[in-house]
Write a protein that binds this ligand. Sequence first.
Ligand SMILES: Nc1nc2c(c(=O)[nH]1)N[C@H]1C(S)=C(S)[C@@H](COP(=O)(O)O)O[C@H]1N2
Ligand SMILES: [Mo]
Length: 251
Amino acid sequence: MMKEKIISERILRQKTVVSFLVFVLLFAAGIFLWTALKNSSKQNGQGIVYPLRKGLMANDALFRSTFNGAKLVKTYPVSEAVKKVRVNGNVGMRGMLEENTWKMGVVRADGDTTYFTLNDITRLPKTEIVYDFKCIEGWSQKTWWGGVRFSDFIKGFHLEKEAQSQYVGLITPDGAYYVGIDQPSMMHPQTLLCYEMNGAPLPQNQGYPLRLIIPVKYGIKSIKRIGTIFFSNNRPPDYWAERGYDYYSGH
Ligand SMILES: Nc1nc2c(c(=O)[nH]1)N[C@H]1C(S)=C(S)[C@@H](COP(=O)(O)O)O[C@H]1N2
Ligand SMILES: [Mo]
């Protein structure tokens, strides 16, 4: 049994006052932190406030330091790939694209742009992959893709000098969707310039004629309908990072 302790009314009052003061102080601190967070600036005035962005940047640094370019994302047999592939984003996908009007521009180190046709790209060795495509919205699907490894594209067209940059930027032809990706993830052996899905040419709504498939990242980075690729040592603009999502988006 607990022994009851008799305390004087004076001590009781004291305790009440102290706990009330602590409550007021914590409440004020909470309001102060909340307003400080709300009023703190955003990186380039975009996305989320700086203290929260710092959290994402800490994650980023952690993921980067544990990134292993030789470690492969789990793959599956073709029989496990879904037949009906979900279509998610459609930013930068307005209208149809015809193969004969499409060319992909690659901005070279000297500032000139070299253009590639689909034919130039499909002549390079083909790589296929079935993996679990993950969207940050919370769904995932085992899907089957075919294309050219980005690293094979770099080698095949002697873009090694360009690929030394820390980042690669990719943009849809209309400029509406754009991603920035760190160079080690772009050069990962499972990162594809993809022109096939389920053994057939990419459907229009999946990014015909060429999209990125980057299994080491969430779906937001797998840009559909590539128009231009450029290289930079500064972070290229990124559609979803500007709207508050993690820039790195690795998993
Ligand atoms: N051009 C373009 N590419 C995009 C998007 C988009 O809106 N526009 N959405 C991204 C997102 S959020 C995801 S999850 C995947 C979805 O690919 P899917 O439509 O092939 O499922 O594409 C990515 N690539
Ligand atoms: Mo997504």
